[in-house]
Design a protein around this ligand. Structure first.
Ligand SMILES: *Cc1c(COP(=O)(O)O)cnc(C)c1O
Length: 366
């Protein structure tokens, strides 16, 4: 088995489109028209300024994002946003920001926010093992909150919101790290969206932040400048040396989304067909494969399931790897199996996995 034959269902860093990898490989040696490796081009060059501005335009057009949003390319991952958001929007406030605790990653945001100001956990799915998302009647949002924070897709548990939450008079902040640009998301209904690149739109090292400009005007002035969104907005994401290569690959991915996929409506249709294929294997398996998530809240990106015993799961993972399917082990926090089918995973790849799962079950049953 050569590595090229492996299909990558990893939870993250995730697979990238083959076309993008080819272009990145080419740029590693020489960016077309530049005569330099992408790894050695100055972040102060005209070329890099044009990369940033094309990428901003691509994201704006994919999401139909109005002009009053800054599009920033930051470092520190989504984890840094767990702190940067409350440092800017919660510090010194008397009313509590409202947080939803719907899984592993939204849980990681809570202690960081508590350092900066009061928060209220409006709903937690912890007691139920994060197998479902809250219904609207379980979410008594308050009009006083400085903002609400939630995670649109819980990458570890495989539960995803299929609607926008909250009230229109309270700013919405959303961690979309694992479903950003996988579907239209009504971005203009959010005050701030963040997503690191390495799940769906590029390599690790860059985090995209979309922030409505009115959110920044009251941020504390004593913030370290690197942690102040305004520094990055006024420097056009060139405040210090940015991760040029990672940003360039994200640009290639947005070109692929626009010109080869045709936009987010088309991406969503494809992603739905992929997810339906795998969920249908679970649903027709007579409980051989036990899906973790409540049916209504199933993630289109991360399909998490269990087999009857951990030993059988081990056997499944070994057989899958031998058949060329990589990255299927569940997150270390909960174990089990997880098939992550981000944008770059093709329909034929998912068909192969679905067939493998059917075959594996048949072999066990005989
Ligand atoms: C993976 C993940 C994170 C963590 O991101 P880092 O870039 O490693 O800090 C945060 N939120 C969600 C939803 C994730 O899937």
């Amino acid at each position: 088995m050569t590595p090229q034959n492996c299909l990558n269902f990893s939870g993250g860093p995730g697979a990238l489109p083959e076309r993008v990898l080819q272009q990145a490989q080419e740029a590693m040696l020489c960016v077309p028209g530049m005569g330099l490796s992408v790894l050695g081009i100055s972040h102060r060059s005209d070329w890099f300024a044009s990369v940033v501005s094309e990428l901003e335009n691509n994201i704006r057009s994919l999401l139909k994002l109005p002009e009053n949003y800054h599009i920033l390319f930051l470092q520190g991952g989504a984890t840094q946003q767990f702190s940067m958001v409350p440092m800017s929007l919660l510090h010194g406030k008397s009313f509590a920001a409202e947080y939803l605790h719907t899984g592993y990653w939204s849980g990681k945001a809570l202690p960081e926010a508590r350092r900066e100001g009061p928060i209220r956990v409006l709903w937690s799915g912890e007691a139920e093992g994060f197998r479902r998302m809250p219904r609207d009647e379980e979410l008594p949002f308050s009009p006083e909150a400085p903002y609400i924070h939630y995670v649109s897709n819980e990458t570890v548990e495989g539960v995803q919101f299929q609607r926008v939450l909250g009230r229109d008079d309270v700013p919405r902040v959303c961690d979309m790290s694992s479903d950003f640009l996988s579907r239209p998301c009504e971005a203009e209904r959010f005050a701030l969206i963040y997503a690191h690149a390495q799940k769906n739109i590029g390599p690790a090292g860059v985090t995209v932040v979309l922030v409505r400009d009115d959110m920044l005007k009251d941020a504390p002035t004593e913030l370290p400048s690197f942690l102040d969104y305004r520094s990055h907005a006024s420097a056009h994401s060139n405040f210090n040396t940015p991760p040029v290569f990672a940003i360039y690959v994200v640009l290639l991915v947005t070109r692929w989304l626009l010109h080869e996929i045709g936009g987010l409506v088309q991406m969503d249709q494809l992603n739905r067909r992929k997810a339906e294929l795998l969920y249908s294997v679970l649903d027709h398996s007579d409980n051989f494969y036990q899906g973790r998530a409540a049916v209504a809240d199933r993630s289109l990106m991360n399909i998490a399931f269990n087999l009857a015993t951990p030993a059988l799961e081990e056997q499944f993972l070994a057989a899958a790897l031998a058949a060329g399917f990589s990255g299927l082990a569940g997150h270390r926090a909960i174990g089990g199996i997880r098939a992550s089918i981000y944008n770059a995973i093709t329909l034929p790849a998912v068909e192969k996995l679905a067939n493998f799962m059917d075959d594996f079950q048949r072999q066990q049953d005989t």
